[in-house]
Write a protein that binds this ligand. Structure first.
Ligand code: PMP
Length: 445
């Protein structure tokens, strides 16, 4: 009894068929592919505007996909658009030489983020993580990186392991085996990784105690955003900070999603735990491709003198720097995060109330403008809990029901709903009305 996508989205279907002839899978990212949940095809976009997105068939959606996170100001934020257009019209795009604007931007990032004394730009989160792990290895002279089951740190060979492995094939809960996220990753690379369950301070302490001399860094999202939304349990990040310091290993926060979103200083400001290195992307650029790696001066010194190379034709290009400068000026306004949180809380609490009223087993988990619905009453502390307890079938029905009523978010239960500063109280009320309808249908099943 859920509206199938076909009749309302016929043009998307036709465009997909044509695209699939010349683009593998018909799309330019796995996350948009039919096998990632967009069955039978993804929506093709006509345009976005503020909190709204319009597909090629003329359907309009309230957008909580938000480009997977960059559109923290909503679509086409006028000040960012103007800054970018001005820059490229009056100055250019790529020079292979520095501009004054880069130091202006770095000043803003250093002022905003507690752990960052120096910062280098690059283009994507994947790149920034690659540099962070390389820098950690160079700084410590050690080889291994600890990472956690269920997280995503980009698609480079060194870290694209154990994102969403099948359980129990991935081994015991407290000492998982690294599992390649698909074929083509060079065998042997995983010997440089230690995979752990998240939110378990005892396991982490034990590993750092026994293998610490080999561990260059612990790499983590401060909030797990790539298996739905899982918050760190009280004291967990603090335990991580202490145990890495004792072992002489670096703590790297992958703030690609949380950065410039949970606070101007990211999760590290909001949760008050200071890493050695941090990685940023998405929110930083207001929709334009830009990423950053920053941290303690003594570590970044390896980049300063060229011992560790961070390069790239397009790094700190004019578009990226103009977009990030304009975005950070907006994010730094006094009420920005208070207002964003208020609208986001309205959605999170509102959705929970809708599910409770319908007696559905659902928990809305999140922090600030970042959230996901778990269809279970069981607490989800890590990836294996999600695999074991969350009802993915129910999530799929919820997603379809909401899409049919003009509310867009990612079809994957392991993704997030994002809220932007363009979302209004009226947007949230309309979304909650749709949610009431869908919840009623789900509870009648
Ligand atoms: N780290 C995290 C935590 C991410 O969520 C992502 C992308 N979703 C990345 C790294 C990779 O970033 P990018 O897609 O910009 O390469």
């Amino acid at each position: 009894n859920f509206v199938p996508k076909h009749p309302r989205t016929a043009i998307s279907g036709a465009l997909f068929d044509a695209a699939a002839k010349v683009i593998p899978g018909g799309v330019n990212s796995t996350a948009r592919a039919t096998w990632s949940g967009w069955t039978p095809y993804p929506l093709f976009v006509a345009k976005g505007s503020g909190s709204q997105l319009e597909d090629v068939d003329g359907n309009v959606y309230t957008d909580y996909l938000l480009g997977l996170g960059p559109m923290i100001l909503g679509h086409r934020p006028p000040e960012v658009t103007r800054a970018v257009v001005d820059f490229i019209e009056t100055r250019g795009t790529v020079f292979a030489l520095p501009t004054a604007d880069e130091a202006t931007l770095a000043d803003k990032i250093v002022a905003a983020v507690p752990s960052v004394e120096q910062v280098r730009l690059c283009n994507t989160g994947t790149e920034a993580v690659l540099y962070a792990t390389r820098l950690a290895r160079a700084f410590t002279g050690r080889r291994k990186i600890v990472r956690f089951e269920g997280m995503y740190h980009g698609f480079s060979d060194g870290v694209y392991w154990s994102k969403h492995p099948s359980i129990p094939a991935a081994g015991p809960d407290s000492s998982p085996r690294p599992v390649a996220q698909g074929p083509g990753l060079p065998a042997g690379v995983e010997q440089n990784l230690i995979i752990l369950p998240w939110n378990d301070p005892e396991v982490l302490r034990a590993v750092l105690k026994t293998q610490g001399h080999e561990i260059a860094a612990v790499l983590t999202e401060p909030v797990m955003c790539n298996t739905g939304c899982i918050l760190p349990e009280p004291g967990y990040l603090e335990a991580m900070r202490e145990a890495t310091r004792e072992a002489g290993a670096l703590l790297i926060f992958d703030e690609v999603i949380t950065g410039f979103r949970l606070a101007l200083g990211g999760a590290q400001e909001r949760l008050r735990v200071t890493p050695d290195l941090s990685v940023f992307a998405k929110g930083l650029g207001g929709g334009f491709p830009v990423a950053a790696l920053g941290g303690r001066r003594e570590i970044m010194a390896l980049v300063s003198d060229g011992r560790v190379s961070m390069a790239g034709t397009y790094t700190a290009n004019g578009i990226a720097v103009a977009a990030a400068n304009a975005t950070l000026d907006i994010l730094a306004r006094p009420r920005f995060y208070g207002d964003l949180d208020a609208v986001s809380d309205q959605l999170r609490h509102g959705l929970q109330a809708v599910f409770d009223a319908a007696a559905l087993p659902a928990r809305v988990v999140g922090i600030g403008p970042l959230m996901q619905v778990w269809f279970t009453t069981h607490a989800i502390r890590n990836y294996r809990d999600a695999e074991r307890f969350a009802d993915q079938g129910l999530f799929d029905l919820w997603w379809r029901g909401m899409l049919a009523r003009g509310v867009l978010f990612h079809p994957g239960a392991y993704e997030n709903l994002f809220v932007s500063s363009a979302h209004t109280t009226a947007d949230i009320e309309a979304t909650l009305d749709a949610a009431r309808d869908v919840a009623a249908e789900l509870s009648r099943r």
